[in-house]
Structure formats: C-alpha cells, structure tokens
Design a protein around this ligand. Structure first.
Ligand code: SF4
Length: 89
C-alpha cells in the first residue's frame, strides 16, 4: 500500500505564529458584505501596510494563492490581486 502524502498540520500553519496581523481585528483584512469604493480601497491599503511589515508575507501570499483563498488580503494581495473577482451576490 502506498503511504499517504500528508504533511503535519503544524507545518501548514506554523508561519501564522509570526504574523504581524496576529491578534488584529479580522475586519481590516476581510471586507463587510456591502463594502465598496473608497471605503474598500482605504481598508485594503491599511491591510497592505500591515502586510508590508510582516515577516511572513511570502509564505502567506503563497498559501493564499495555492489554496485559492477567495476573500481577504493575504500576503499583501487582495482577492483581485490574486485573480479572484468573486463577490457576494
Ligand atoms: S502577510 Fe498580511 S495577512 Fe499575511 S500574515 Fe502577514 S500581516 Fe497577516
């Protein structure tokens, strides 16, 4: 029988223990349902500013892209930056 290619869960999430956003309000990184325009741009810029100073920006962006995170700012990238245009209907 071939062994499963399963990585320990901690390997997948260890980078998050060093995140600059750890303990911050998630509303900085994830938009309210009907947020649009300037409010959205201001919130995303605030999130990107936090991400620029984050020691795990690379692993965060890679994780979000690899797992196709549909919402939020991850690794300094909005969902639009990552190529996701899905919006709540
Ligand atoms: S890059 Fe941004 S979203 Fe990712 S862990 Fe760092 S601060 Fe949080």
């Amino acid at each position: 029988m071939k062994p499963l290619n399963v990585r320990p869960l901690l390997d997948e999430w260890d980078w998050q223990t060093r995140a600059a956003c750890r303990g911050m309000d998630a509303s900085v990184f994830f938009s309210p349902v009907y947020e649009r325009g300037d409010a959205r741009r201001r919130r995303e810029q605030r999130a990107k500013t936090v991400c620029r100073g984050c020691p795990v920006q690379g692993p965060c962006a890679t994780f979000a892209t690899r797992t196709a995170q549909a919402f939020g700012v991850w690794g300094g990238l909005t969902e639009t930056d990552r190529g996701h245009t899905r919006r709540p209907t």
